[in-house]
Design a protein around this ligand. Structure first.
Ligand code: PEP
Ligand code: MN
Length: 366
């Protein structure tokens, strides 16, 4: 049973004062670089009429030294100007007490905690303590490693400081293996987070997830199909010359076109005929699940019989040649039925493990 952390009275996205309609859009450069770059990016983004919150990194946590580490406090003045000239709320990343203090002093509307900070409970607690008694909206990015408890722990610490307008940003998880996407989405983790904290606003950051602009549309669409509340997308007037994350940033006009391409589907429908059809189809799914369980049960009973038989004949449980043959045949059969080899292997391995435990139980019975 998954515990429900429903003691957290986190407000749904409809309570966020910057939310007009789904999806809530955060956009802006990875980093604030110059006053002109910030103001021009904001001007073009504001002109699209599609952006709800302007984002820019002022303090940049870089993996390696000697990378651009942000302009610091000076950038906060530019963001204040964005707010005044374009009537856009502004957001920055904070990682220390000083960042929070300076951001609030300069009237920043939304703070977000970056992936590298969410992993560190000391840093999160320091941020939470600085936020005590302040009315500001805070978003917590997922930690760099795929650990749900760490993400929830960071959200809880900030919640306990009295911040109710709190949300999560899913930017994916890093791995040592080089993969097409910069960070692995592992969509099940944010889905589980929403099981645990049902109302928490969930934003997808396809820019950091993809690491390249060519992936942004598909990832954004997928997040919308999973009923996320919003998107955070990096946008720069001249991405090729950006001082950070150049490959993944979009020009404001590209961002605007991309947003037009996203198809928004409703999470629910009240249309009776749609609901009836859906119910019938779901009944069929339930029936097949029932059959799957019956088959799995029968299969385990056979495994136990085999266990008994092997025991009488003093044979070990695992015969690797037999296992290899099963997997190869199954992959070929799966292919004929449109089932991918990874899926077949995962499911067979799980069945095999369960089967071995059933055989063990029988073989080790006194
Ligand atoms: C960012 O938003 O620019 C950033 C540094 O993101 P992340 O914390 O997801 O790496
Ligand atoms: Mn970035």
């Amino acid at each position: 049973m998954v515990p429900m952390d429903n003691k957290l009275d986190i407000k749904p996205i409809s309570n966020c004062k910057f939310y007009k309609k789904r999806p809530l859009i955060f956009a802006g450069p990875c980093s604030a670089e110059t006053e002109e770059q910030v103001m021009e990016t904001a001007r073009q983004l504001a002109a699209t009429g599609k952006v709800d919150i302007f984002r820019a990194g002022i303090w940049k946590p870089r993996t390696r030294p000697d990378s651009f580490e942000g302009v610091g406090i000076e950038g906060l003045h530019w963001l204040k100007q964005v707010k005044e000239e374009y009537n856009l709320p502004v957001a920055v990343e904070v990682a220390t007490e000083k960042h929070v203090y300076e951001a609030l002093k300069h009237g920043i509307d939304v703070l977000w905690v970056g992936a590298r900070t969410t992993v560190n409970p000391f840093a999160i607690q320091e941020i939470a303590d600085t936020l005590r008694g302040v009315d500001v909206t805070v978003f917590v990015k997922n930690p760099v490693n795929p650990e749900l408890e760490l993400w929830i722990g960071a959200i809880e610490r900030i919640y306990k400081a009295g911040i109710k307008n709190l949300g999560a940003i899913h930017r994916g998880f890093s791995s040592y293996e080089k993969t097409a996407l910069r960070n692995q989405p592992k969509w099940q983790i944010p889905i589980d987070l929403r099981q645990r904290i049902p109302d928490i606003p969930m934003i997808c950051d396809p820019s950091h997830m993809g690491g390249h602009r060519k992936f942004i549309l598909d990832l954004a669409q997928k997040s919308m199909d999973l009923n996320y509340d919003g998107l955070m997308i990096e946008s720069h007037i001249d991405p090729d010359n950006a001082l950070s994350d150049k490959k993944q940033q979009l020009k404001p006009e590209e961002l605007s076109d991309l947003l037009d391409k996203i198809i928004l589907r409703e999470p629910d429908s009240h249309d009776a005929s749609f609901l009836n059809t859906l119910e019938e189809l779901r009944a069929q799914i339930d029936m097949y699940d029932e059959q799957l369980f019956d088959i799995l049960e029968s299969r385990m009973l056979i495994a136990e019989t085999i266990g008994k038989y092997k025991k009488e004949n003093k044979i070990t449980i695992l015969q690797s040649a037999r296992w290899k043959e099963i997997v190869e045949k199954a992959i070929a059969k799966g292919h004929e039925r449109g089932l991918g080899p990874e899926f077949i292997t995962t499911i067979l391995e799980a069945i095999h493990q369960e089967s071995i435990s059933h055989q063990m139980k029988v073989m080790n019975q006194k």
